[in-house]
Design a protein around this ligand. Structure first.
Ligand code: CTP
Length: 372
């Protein structure tokens, strides 16, 4: 903790909450070699300064080292211990050319500046300069350490169920929670890709740095995908798109008519978004790597293989729908032209990262979007 940090909370509070020793002075007698700045910076995997004040960043930009924290930042082995900064300050201080200049210098010196949040500030003003939320900082720190295997790629992902209206108050949908698709979006972003997520109706938080387009029906999803797909280099269709929709959605709520007879509903098939995207990319010889999902209830391998050919995609990911919908974990079967690879039971995020690494390898190996 710097001296300024001690004005906000005490070292005792910090120690009690973190259950870790707190250091404030380079002369702390607990270090028997008087080399705290060396000891601490050698045992770290990374240094994250949160919050990083305008003053502290100015100090770092100048390479000054008059307290333990700035000293250990300067003394750290730069090749192995990255420095990340989570700025926090008043909006005027944030936008000041001096602060921006210092940040540019810190970036040029190899630091990663994580950005700031927007909203109410401690001083009562509103604007840019809030420290990111702790969970966001943790997500950014974790993302920092993921291999950047999809750098330069534009990834378009569909996720969640679709909802097909019967009338203004009712509809049909399915049990997809969207968790797998959202985990894939997060993993793709962590891997360095620009990610657009077209999401059906789910109540999940948007992963950090991911652009999200919310849709409701299969046809909304198809329209959103059509709008985004030209910019994409990878398309991952993870959504559980409703296969059918009511042929007509009633304008008014359908009422019981007292006869005891249920209304008859006619269904029509929805457009197959994945098959259409894959087919159009092939027709235009576009370099778009398409990945499909199959939520099956049995015979996973045979169904996934057949579906891969039918959809015309190089890679199809099978999972057992009823076993995974709504859960935080899953198991995947990656099916391609050559055979199948099992990704055993794990959290959806761990599986998403493995899947992204696998897709990245296929793209690097020059995988063509040819499912046939
Ligand atoms: N999919 C799609 N558009 C649809 C239906 C499915 O884009 N109208 C995509 C899904 O996102 C998924 C893959 O196609 O990537 C497989 O979806 P699934 O519903 O499991 O397959 P179906 O084509 O419906 O085949 P089946 O009826 O045999 O289950």
């Amino acid at each position: 903790m710097t001296e300024a940090a001690g004005q906000f909370i005490t070292p005792v509070t910090m120690q009690a909450l973190s259950q870790r020793p707190v250091y404030g002075s380079q002369w702390d007698a607990r270090a028997d070699n008087n080399m705290l700045h060396i000891n601490l910076s050698r045992e770290a995997d990374a240094c994250l300064i949160a919050p990083a004040s305008a003053d502290f960043m100015a100090k770092l930009a100048q390479g000054r080292a008059d307290d333990l924290l700035s000293l250990l930042c300067l003394a750290r082995p730069r090749q192995t211990v990255p420095l990340l900064l989570a700025p926090a300050m008043n909006r005027e201080m944030w936008s000041h050319p001096a602060t921006q200049r210092n940040m540019a210098q810190l970036r040029a010196d190899g630091a990663t500046v994580l950005g700031v949040g927007q909203g109410d500030q401690a001083c009562g003003e509103t604007g840019d300069g809030r420290m990111l939320e702790p969970q966001e900082l943790l997500d950014d720190l974790v993302a920092f350490f993921q291999p950047k295997s999809l750098m330069g790629q534009q990834v378009l992902i569909t996720a969640g169920p679709t909802y097909e209206a019967i009338d203004p108050v009712r509809g049909i949908t399915n049990l997809s929670s969207g968790k797998m698709g959202f985990a894939i979006a997060r993993a793709a972003r962590e891997a360095g890709a620009e990610v657009t997520l077209v999401a059906g109706p789910v109540s999940l938080a948007t992963p950090r740095g991911v652009r999200r387009v919310d849709v409701r029906s299969a046809r909304d999803m198809q329209a959103a995908v059509a709008q985004q797909v030209d910019a994409a280099t990878v398309f991952i269709a993870c959504a559980a798109v409703a296969d059918w929709r009511p042929a007509v959605a009633a304008d008014q709520k359908i009422k019981k008519d007292g006869s005891g007879q249920a209304p008859e509903l006619d269904f029509v098939e929805n457009p197959d978004i994945l098959a259409a995207v894959a087919q159009s990319a092939r027709a235009l010889s576009r370099a778009l790597y398409c990945v499909g999902f199959a939520a099956e209830s049995q015979d996973l391998l045979a169904n996934a293989q057949a579906k891969r050919t039918r959809k015309g995609v190089p890679l199809l990911v099978g999972n057992i729908g009823p076993a995974t919908f709504g859960q935080d974990d899953n198991a995947l079967l990656l099916v391609d032209e050559a055979g199948a690879l099992e990704l055993p039971h794990n959290s959806k995020l761990a599986l998403a990262r493995q899947l992204i690494a696998n897709i990245a390898r296929r793209i690097r190996a020059g995988g063509q979007n040819d499912g046939h």
